[in-house]
Ligand binder design. Sequence first.
Ligand code: GLA
Length: 400
Amino acid sequence: MIMNRLSTISYIRDMEKRGKKLELENRFLSHFSSTPTCFQAPGRINLIGEHTDYNGGFVMPAGIDLSCCIAIALKTEGPSHMVAEDFSESFEFSGKPQKQKNGHWANYVFGVMECFASRSIQIPPFDLLIQSDIPIGAGLSSSAALESVVAVAFNQLLHCDFSSMELTRIAKQAENEYVGLQCGIMDMFASIHSKQDHAMLLDCRSLDFKYVPLELGNKLILLIDTCIKHELSTSAYNDRRKECQQAVELFKKLGGPIQDLRDVNLETLIDSQAHFNPVIFARAKHVISENARVHAFADALAKGDWTAVKSNLLASHESLKTDYEVSCEELDFIVDFIRDLPGVWGCRMMGGGFGGCVISIVEEDQVDGIMNALAPVYQKRFGIIPKHYIAKTGDGACEL
Ligand code: GLA
């Protein structure tokens, strides 16, 4: 039988999933004796819309083909066992788990358990194997992927029937309330809802979204990893949230019936400039202008207007660097170095900032040239060889 292109692609995807599942089951059986169910959830990129999610604004993320996979079997009794293959670590607990030190992988699972408990669903003992190929610390949301995949697995195995939006809220709540990072909803949303070959245009206030086809032709998404995560990232993230809240309060005092910064346009902000201290003004300016750039970028992408795609990405970086002050020397160096190289259709820092990756849209046949030119100068300047990944889009959390 001759298969058409689409059925060939879906056949290959099925085979890949089956291969992953078999490998996970085998690894699970090397630790445990029961038969597991396997799930996966992807990491994410964000094309544009940075630091807008917790401001009720717009973002444009996509799931990638790197994912966090788990194999899990519920039990009727005994302690729970968890194995994190990537760290060669395991963990055992009975009853209510004890929170571990900051950053410990077990906390992401415990956080999700607690969120189910707060919805009156107690998680029985289980055996769990975790295996992820999402690089940690690169800003690709490896922790949101773990929270998302665990939430989706508990939902299915315990027949909870939570909607995908409720599972997104559970994964976010686990991060906010248990792990303690005040992130917005973008990462978990992307990990649960993404669709191969698409990005998503998400309204973070109403949670309305639409899939946007990612038709890049001869271009691809190149991520360049600074291989740096500055200490400042968590405290500065929380500070920015507070500063945005101060801007909202000030607008409310000035008489505007506003809920989030997204209810204000740039002209109104500029008209009110005299009432603002310069830092709060600059923070609000980033958020308001970034929301507008998300829409301009989405239009440009739909029309294939690559010049406008590029100018929006570069403007986003400039705004994050100058007005929001969440970039760093390493990110700026990469953006400045590659922005005018042949075949580069825009680049900017991605995610929370202070390290992680630069996202860029680049012609396929220029990737090696770009990296060969960048790597030695970056190494000379910072003593580190930058890594890079070609980001392919992937589907959201599912059973394998
Ligand atoms: C981090 C957070 C997200 C989002 C981005 C910035 O990735 O987890 O919620 O705020 O930073 O856009």
